[in-house]
Design a protein around this ligand. Structure first.
Ligand SMILES: [Zn+2]
Length: 177
């Protein structure tokens, strides 16, 4: 096993085989984050950034239509409410597909990716069962759980880097205390 440093968060990890000069990422989160380069605090437009924005926008609209649908149904218009929640389910399904695509794109193939994909998959199955029974609100809640898990999982590269920088600052400041 060779010790390498993650090209994004700079945390060390181990790999079985290492090629000279290649970039390595400790997790799919770092691999994804590296596709959204931040230069001097500015965000240049990249495919990764567009996908991330689309996913965030989709997730927001999924919640919006779900809440709106539930409110309209509670006001005594169940048919209109159900239609709105159905739109929420459709958006949620698209976002779920998008996140799955992102994880495939990241191509880190580490076992930890499977750990979060399993509950996400379970929530996806739960959503399909609920949708088949016509309980749209339950379906959109299940999809939202899956999407939230995948969103947090996909953005963990930034959390890792923040954490790595904080511990670095602390250890470099320690001798002066
Ligand atoms: Zn990393």
């Amino acid at each position: 096993m060779a010790r390498v440093t993650c090209s994004f968060c700079r945390l060390p990890f181990h790999l079985a085989r290492v090629r000279e000069g290649a970039e390595y990422y400790c997790c799919s989160g770092c691999a994804l984050a590296s596709r959204i380069p931040v230069q001097d605090g500015q965000l240049p437009v990249s495919p990764g950034l567009l996908v991330a924005l689309a996913a965030g926008f989709g997730l927001f609209n999924q919640v919006l239509f779900g809440v709106l649908g539930a409110a309209v149904a509670a006001e005594g218009r169940p048919e209109t409410g159900e239609k709105l929640v159905w739109v929420s389910v459709a958006i949620g399904a698209v976002v779920l597909l998008g996140f799955s695509g992102l994880l495939v794109l990241a191509r880190t193939r580490r076992w930890s990716d499977g750990v979060v994909l399993l509950p996400a998959l379970a929530a996806g199955v739960w959503a399909s069962v609920a949708a088949a029974r016509g309980t749209w609100l339950e379906a959109t809640i299940a999809l939202f759980v899956a999407n939230l898990l995948l969103a947090l999982w996909s953005s963990r590269g930034w959390f890792r880097r923040m954490w790595a920088r904080r511990t670095q600052d602390r250890s470099s400041a320690a001798p002066n205390d």
